[in-house]
Design a protein around this ligand. Structure first.
Ligand code: WT7
Length: 667
């Protein structure tokens, strides 16, 4: 039986994709008319030209950022180590700030910030520049040198942006650790990166309560020898213990610092940041990004995908602790001189309409969030957005996981008023910037697909042996040509970098070697790419490989279902049996659960086919998630296979969920 399974696994390189979605949404005419790329033909021409000369295309885009000295070689490739714009010197902070000071944008709002308790602040480009220069001088004063790593452990406050840009300004590499992580996770990330200084804050507001960041950091720092100084922002009136000689108040070190600071002239390949992300096993991977190539692709994609205009108010709900916060709150929007709406707290504080309230009061025009958030909004009910005037919105975006067509349609009608294009953007911490996405003025969108690769990006869906899949045939998503904002390595571990991303399709005499994304996908007859999910979230049932995301999508399209996660349990007959964990909407109150269980199984059979019908449906009040909202299927798998969880749970958001699921199982 074990042997048979192993064999089945080996043989089944084919991923069956069974999702059927035919609705199409062309760009609204008025939108297309004023957008950067306003027609299908214009986009096709752009893609054709870029494909004919990928490096030349990116060189053109690199001219849109500011360089101290131009590059000599646009691209140097020693597989799998890439260098872009070699010989050029630039600076990320200069590109975000100084470049705007000689223009009218000097007085434009760079950041409109709102604290969870309701306090607000606005920083113009000039003011943000002043703060960044002072912070840069303060860091230099504390002995931070070019090439040093600085850890940042903060909530969503403007000073977090200031801290990142101050590091970039002096050539220190920032390592932002999400404020929701535990002291253990912080310790591991500080030690792996050898950070010399930590920037944190006394406490942050979250759902009406204080998250004591400095106290958590103090626990980590007991075992972090590399950290010499800690700078602490005072956000609240909480009493905070400060260690003499090591800890310094942000306002005190900045008070004495000069507003004048020349941005360091850094080589294009200078490390800009490290950001840790979880691998399928083992310790987190420190994804390393550098300067010139990253800035080029991030600036370009921000402008094109969000179709940025100077009068936009751009609101991305990500946390700066994730790559979305780096690329599409800080670097991309600021390089483009945009006005960023930044919010500190929870979306349902004090009520589930906080985002809609922010959008109405600030006339937000671009809104970028995650499918998991959209499903939460759906669960809370449309009465909350309906209470607000959302007519300022003109473009919506999503990122992070495949969006269920149901959620897409809800987003389109309830939030977008059927007026706003939706950009479903596929990318990864590793890719640094958006890779697959509609251009909102040119692409006909379909609910549930990120559509096609952007100009200058070469992706394919292939079989294990490297042959391109036919239309609608499931396969592995690969990137066939290096791109400017790609990760350069896993910090301190080139071997793991090679193994994790370049070993599936290795370079040989006859093969150039491709980057493997870890995602399964299919391309439909129009060339649109449908992400089926991570290949480790792919299950094999009766010889067919099914993406759990598709089955989940079918479940979520049922009127009583809020969220669903599907995992596999080994089965004698089918290889795998499907177990669906389902959390219900409040509308399901009083419904007979045994009947609903049958109804859901049949619903999936109706939506996708008998093959995808879950063998078991388990109801749960909540699903185990990472703090960024990804369902941790690995833990659910352990529950269905062994009845308990032994694996690493350090990235789990709510530890109680597991206990409740386990108890559920014993019943
Ligand atoms: C993985 C990367 C990129 C910032 C947030 C996540 C999944 C991401 C989409 C999308 C379908 C998506 C992929 C990818 N993913 N965007 N639009 N449609 N799947 O960053 O934590 O590095 O995760 O998220 O599986 O590989 P990340």
């Amino acid at each position: 039986m074990v042997l048979a399974m192993a064999k089945a696994k080996e043989e089944s390189t084919r991923i069956s994709s069974v999702m059927n979605e035919h609705r199409m949404f062309p760009p609204p005419k008025t939108f297309a008319r004023s957008s950067h790329v306003g027609s299908k033909t214009a986009l096709k021409n752009l893609i054709d030209a870029a494909s004919a000369d990928i490096v030349g295309f990116w060189e053109e885009q690199a001219k849109d950022i500011v360089w101290f000295a131009p590059w000599k070689k646009p691209f140097v490739w020693k597989h799998p180590l890439a260098q872009w714009f070699v010989g050029g010197t630039t600076n990320a902070s200069m590109n975000c700030l100084d470049r705007h000071l000689g223009t009218w944008r000097r007085t434009k709002a760079a950041i409109i910030w709102e604290g969870e308790p309701g306090d607000t602040r606005t920083l113009t480009y000039q003011q943000l520049h002043s703060e960044v220069c002072k912070a840069a001088n303060a860091l230099l004063g504390l002995g931070v040198k070019k090439g040093d790593v600085v850890a940042i452990y903060m909530g969503m406050v403007p000073e977090a942006v200031v801290a990142m840009l101050a590091c970039a300004r002096i050539g220190a590499t920032h390592n932002v650790v999400f404020g929701g992580f535990s002291s253990e996770a912080l310790r591991e990330r500080i030690n792996d990166s050898h950070a010399v200084l930590l920037i944190t804050q006394d406490a942050a507001w979250r759902r009406g309560e204080l998250v004591h960041l400095k106290a958590a950091a103090d626990v980590s720092l007991k075992a972090c020898k590399s950290v010499k100084h800690v700078v602490v922002l005072q956000r609240t009136s909480e009493r905070t213990s400060m260690k003499a000689g090591r800890d310094h108040w942000w306002h005190e070190v900045l008070a004495g610092a000069s507003r004048v600071n020349e941005p360091a002239k850094l080589p294009s390949e200078h490390p800009l940041f490290i950001l840790y992300t979880s691998g399928s096993t083992g310790k987190p991977k420190g994804i390393l990004h550098t300067t010139g190539g990253y800035l080029t692709q991030v600036a370009y994609t921000t402008k094109m995908v969000f179709d940025l205009r100077d009068d936009d108010v751009y609101f991305c709900t990500a946390d700066i602790g994730w790559v979305t916060g780096h690329s599409y709150i800080v670097y991309g929007p600021l390089m483009n001189g945009a006005t960023i709406m930044m919010y500190e707290g929870a979306p349902n504080w004090p009520e589930p309409d906080r985002f809609w309230d922010i959008i109405e009061r600030n006339a937000v025009s671009i809104f970028y969030t995650a499918p998991t958030a959209i499903r939460a909004f759906m669960k809370w009910g449309e009465s909350w957005p309906r209470k607000h005037d959302l007519s300022s919105l003109r473009l919506l975006g999503t990122v992070g996981e495949p969006i269920n067509p149901e959620a897409w349609m809800w987003y389109h009608s309830v939030i977008g008023g059927e007026r706003c294009p939706i950009v479903d953007t596929w990318w990864q911490t590793e890719t640094g910037a958006i890779m697959i996405s509609p251009l909102p003025g040119a692409t006909v969108t379909k609910p549930g697909t990120a559509t096609k690769p952007l100009p200058g990006i070469l992706v394919d869906v292939v079989q294990k042996d490297g042959t391109s899949c036919k239309a609608n045939e499931g396969g592995l998503l690969v990137v066939k040509h290096p791109w400017p904002s790609m990760l350069r390595t896993i910090y301190g571990n080139d071997e793991r970098y090679r193994e994790a991303y370049w070993s599936e399709f290795p370079k040989t005499r006859s093969h150039p070697g491709w980057y493997f994304t870890g995602d399964g996908a299919r391309r439909d007859k129009d060339g649109y790419i449908w992400i089926i999910g991570r290949v480790d979230d792919v299950v094999n049932v009766s010889g067919h490989r099914l993406g759990t995301a598709e089955i989940e999508s079918a479940l979520v399209s049922h009127k009583h279902v809020a969220e669903a996660a599907v995992v596999a349990r080994p089965d004698e007959v089918k290889g795998n049996a499907l177990v669906a964990f389902v959390s219900l909407k409040s509308s399901a109150k009083g419904v007979n659960l045994d009947k609903l269980r049958e109804e859901l199984r049949n619903h999936v059979a109706d939506e996708i086919g008998h093959i995808a019908k879950p063998d078991e449906v388990r109801f749960a009040d909540a699903l185990p998630k990472t703090r960024s909202g990804k369902i941790m299927r690995r833990l659910l798998r352990e529950i269905v296979v062994g009845g308990s969880v032994n694996g690493d749970v350090s990235t789990l958001e709510d530890a109680g969920v597991l206990e409740r699921l386990r108890l559920n199982d014993d019943e």
